[in-house]
Design a protein around this ligand. Sequence first.
Ligand code: ADP
Length: 320
Amino acid sequence: MLKKIGILTSGGDAPGMNATVIGAIKAGIALNKDMYVVYDGYKGLIEKNFKKVDKHFIEDKLASGGTAIKTARLPEFKEEEVRKVAVKNMKEEGIEALIVIGGDGSYMGAKRLTEMGINCVGLPGTIDNDIASSDYTIGFDTALNTVVNAIDQIRDTMTSHNRCAIVEIMGNKCPDLTSFASIATNADEVFTCDHPLDDKNALFDRMEEAKRNGKDCYIILVAEKLLDTKELEKELNAKTSWETRLTILGHIQRGGKPTAMERINAVKMGAYAVELLDKGIGGVCIGIHENKLRYVDIYDALKLPRDEHKDLYQLHELIK
Ligand code: ADP
């Protein structure tokens, strides 16, 4: 019978990671397991940074962003020799299974460890929503609310000055934070890898027409890594009658109190991970699909195509 389970958070931190850890610990202890946290992601496996915890561990952090058990990146974990040290350390401590909360890089590490004899379950922890096996990743809802609140505030000041705002939104290569925010803020323009800025002259024309029609604020959302937003700001100031200001939201998107839905989904997924490991299931990742929990083999999950949310761009055209 499975007795000792470890938990770690890996890759970029995301609000809701603490709630996931809490869900897993409580569910594990209810099933009579010994629960261990591993500090600093995979690095903690190499450094044997383990701690046996009781059911109250970090329960005061349910409403906190970030990850109380820390996260780190360890590129060397791709090497089998390095992973062997991790397996040896876990075996010495008696840890037989591991819950890994992170993105697709972390999932690969979890799959490789499973192949080396430690059953692992991956949980989707990232603000970017870039894990196709889950409709929502842990952190996305909170980050989306942070982005939307920031745009609402930017709109207040831009409207007062009759200005245009360019808002650059983080999301790695996944445009979901930008495309979802375009609907929630009724932005005038949205540019992402799925919906690029192909025709700048047409944009200038739309902006001038909006001004002629009496618009007192123009909001342009741009997903990070798509184009040089500083250049775009210069161009709009030079080639349109709109005074334009750029805001790059950056790391502010990562922090903050997880929303209620985030906490609920996170606790659910954490508890489900323990249930799967207890049944001897490993090498899989958990997702929420059509409002239900599901698990998928990690290799299959990583091959799933990303949802481009084409409907959102159509809806944006309709409502803007
Ligand atoms: P994320 O999990 O958010 O995608 P990274 O891509 O940085 O973040 O991956 C987090 C960690 O997962 C890496 O620092 C590394 O320790 C581990 N990892 C990434 N890719 C692999 C791989 N192919 N094999 C084993 N471990 C990996």
